[in-house]
Design a protein around this ligand. Structure first.
Ligand SMILES: N[C@@H](CCC(=O)N[C@@H](CS)C(=O)NCC(=O)O)C(=O)O
Length: 228
């Protein structure tokens, strides 16, 4: 019988794992549907006609795109193991940092991986600056969510696994243990969680995939940008 909850995803996408982790933490039974994000299926184009991206959550007849929007939907629909704090201000703070992480760290660190020269240096600098701010927010806490993994841990949960991959592929250093002790401790704690450990893809495959994607981006966008 078809499952009521379906997740359309892609195995190497940091955005998709946020949702998988949330579903698992809530103990929700779901069907995972793998998407080819290069040759997108009509299923994806119909489910997410606006952005045409994964993840997409399908709950019965309801379709929800955008990973952080999905996290909130999951948290409001299934109340067990809450992800967001109860207090409205704390909720706002968690949402603020989730958005900050996407805009100020995820994007520049991705760009740093495939650009060169001054552009790469600038993107690395931006990423380090963002990490400094996140370090300040985390100081004194083991997890962003307090005792257990919460919304912000999931939203930033790409950092412990994907950022070191980006560093290796891009031949660069962004994370530094001495500079970011709170983030380093949080990364280790997050990665040692049995459910997180179990769900992450094999590192070697992710490295190969990111190298390929990095080249595509470099050729397709970066060189073109430079020509114009
Ligand atoms: N803001 C979106 C970003 C999702 C996203 O960028 N997904 C990538 C996979 S990592 C994708 O589907 N890319 C396809 C494309 O860009 O055409 C979210 O949080 O869900």
């Amino acid at each position: 019988m078809a499952k009521e909850v379906k997740l359309v995803g892609f195995w190497a996408s940091p955005y998709v794992y946020r949702v998988e982790w949330a579903l698992k933490l809530k103990g929700i039974d779901y069907e995972y549907l793998e998407e080819d994000i290069i040759n997108k299926s009509t299923r994806l184009l119909e489910l997410n006609p606006v952005h045409k991206k994964v993840p997409v959550l399908v709950h019965g007849q309801k379709v929800i795109p955008e990973s952080c929007v999905i996290l909130e939907y999951i948290d409001e629909t299934w109340e067990q193991n809450p992800l967001l704090p109860k207090d409205p201000h704390e909720r706002a703070v968690a949402r603020f940092w989730a958005k900050y992480g996407d805009e100020k760290l995820l994007r520049p660190s991705w760009k740093a991986m495939w650009s060169i020269g001054e552009d790469k240096e600038k993107a690395i600098e931006e990423s380090i600056e963002a990490l400094e701010k996140i370090e300040g927010e985390l100081k004194g806490k083991k997890l962003f969510g307090g005792e257990g993994i919460g919304y912000l841990d999931l939203a930033l949960g790409w950092i412990p696994y994907w950022l070191p991959v980006e560093e290796e592929v891009g031949g660069m250093q962004i994370l530094q243990e001495e500079k970011f002790p709170a983030i380093t401790a949080w990364m280790n704690k997050f990665l040692s969680h049995p459910m997180i450990k179990e769900t992450l893809p094999p590192r070697a495959e992710t490295l190969v995939y990111f190298k390929k994607r990095g080249e595509t981006f470099y050729n397709r966008y970066y060189l073109k940008e430079k020509e114009n």
